[in-house]
Design a protein around this ligand. Structure first.
Ligand SMILES: CC(C)(COP(=O)(O)OP(=O)(O)OC[C@H]1O[C@@H](n2cnc3c(N)ncnc32)[C@H](O)[C@@H]1OP(=O)(O)O)[C@@H](O)C(=O)NCCC(=O)NCCS
Length: 335
């Protein structure tokens, strides 16, 4: 049996910055409302025609991660691509990365677990590496939200929150059983599938039917979120699944060098920080600058933290996420 460890990290954010003041011009919202409720000051949005797509952003982040790992694209044995906004309805975005990186016939799998996508993908990569089936696994989280949001007052409770971007890591095998991914903990609760969802078009109502009805009130193809319900569940599940990781590893909260929570909402992260009595230097947040980038948020934040020297040899790092599904999970990493 091997352990898996992260040896390269990269991120890509589109250049176009959209501030809260920019949103005030197109919908009935305010900088004060957004900052007070979510902590977000600005986010990045793709500009149509700038050459970016979910897979293209993922490729940019992946190239940096692979180079920092000291590898060539052809050294990658398996690609895992976490997203809720794939380039196409099908096939997934992972195969587009395989083509763009020119890795002949490399298997590629999409992970459709929304905000928990990156945590699920790391856990999956870890299992393939542990068994010895693959040595070097590329894990990407990438989201192109902005093109699919209702950017009017009608959609303001959601559209102010989400941003575009991508992050990527390369994992490889190590024989050191005290290093790398020590444990991962995954959950889902489909009972609440529709509380944070985009349900149309779907197999119960295909595109031709929607087009035929041509109902201007039909907003099923925009994301729906029961914000307060999501918030209440998130704080409970984040705490539970981090606690489970602490018990599994035998770590105490004060030993955590860095918690990188999914950047859902700064208030959720602050609640979790308080719950475990973590200091400001023990939790990494960048939602203020990028909004919620769903499956991309943890790899973007982890990469930034690593670039700033906050994650280094010997660090005890905790990743935790909660989101649509509902799904949630944590990963405990001894760097
Ligand atoms: C979305 C969220 C910020 C909304 O905050 P909230 O305090 O629950 O706000 P509510 O939805 O109750 O709305 C309060 C009021 O603000 C209004 N409002 C909603 N969005 C607004 C916006 N962008 N700007 C201004 N006002 C807004 C609502 O219409 C409502 O007005 P009303 O009282 O006149 O009806 C909050 O519920 C949240 O963060 N939930 C978790 C979301 C999350 O983390 N999602 C990702 C999970 S992975």
């Amino acid at each position: 049996m091997f352990n898996s460890k992260i040896i390269g990290l990269g991120k890509y954010l589109p250049e176009n910055v959209v501030t809260n003041a920019d949103l005030e011009k197109i919908m009935d919202t305010s900088d004060a409302w957004i900052q007070e409720r979510t902590g977000i000051q600005e986010r990045r949005h793709i500009v149509k025609g700038d050459g970016n797509s979910t897979s293209a952003m993922g490729v940019k982040a992946a190239k940096i991660a692979i180079e920092r790992a000291g590898l060539e694209p052809r050294d990658i044995d398996f690609i895992l691509f976490a997203t809720l906004s794939p380039d196409y309805y099908f096939p997934g975005s992972g195969v587009l990365v395989q083509e763009a990186l020119d890795i002949p016939n490399c298997p590629a799998m999409d992970i459709r677990m929304q905000c928990s996508g990156f945590v699920y993908a790391i856990a999956t990569a870890d299992q393939f590496i542990k068994t010895g089936m693959y040595k070097n696994v590329l894990v990407i989280g990438s989201e192109y939200h902005s093109g699919g949001l209702d950017m009017t007052t009608r959609g303001r409770n959601i559209s102010v929150i989400f941003g575009d971007g991508a992050g990527a890591v390369v994992l490889t095998q190590t024989k050191d059983e005290n290093k790398g991914i020590l444990s991962s903990h995954l959950y889902s609760q489909g009972k609440y599938a529709e509380e944070l969802s985009l349900i149309g078009p779907n197999t119960g109502r295909w595109v031709p039917e929607i087009m035929e009805l041509n109902d201007p009130e039909d907003i099923s193809y925009y994301p729906y979120m029961n914000g307060q319900f999501v918030f209440k569940n998130a704080v409970v599940r984040f705490a539970e699944v981090i606690q489970e990781g602490l018990e599994k590893t035998g770590w105490t909260a004060d030993q955590i060098n860095l918690l990188v929570p999914h950047q859902a909402n700064l208030r959720i992260a602050q609640f979790v920080q308080k719950k475990f009595r973590l200091g400001n230097d023990q939790v990494y947040n960048n939602i203020q600058r990028y909004g919620n980038t769903t499956a991309a948020s943890i790899p973007i934040a982890l990469t930034e933290a690593w670039e700033e020297g906050k994650v280094k040899e010997g660090s005890k790092v905790v990743l935790a996420a909660f989101g649509s599904g509902f799904t949630w999970g944590s990963v405990m990493i001894q760097w």
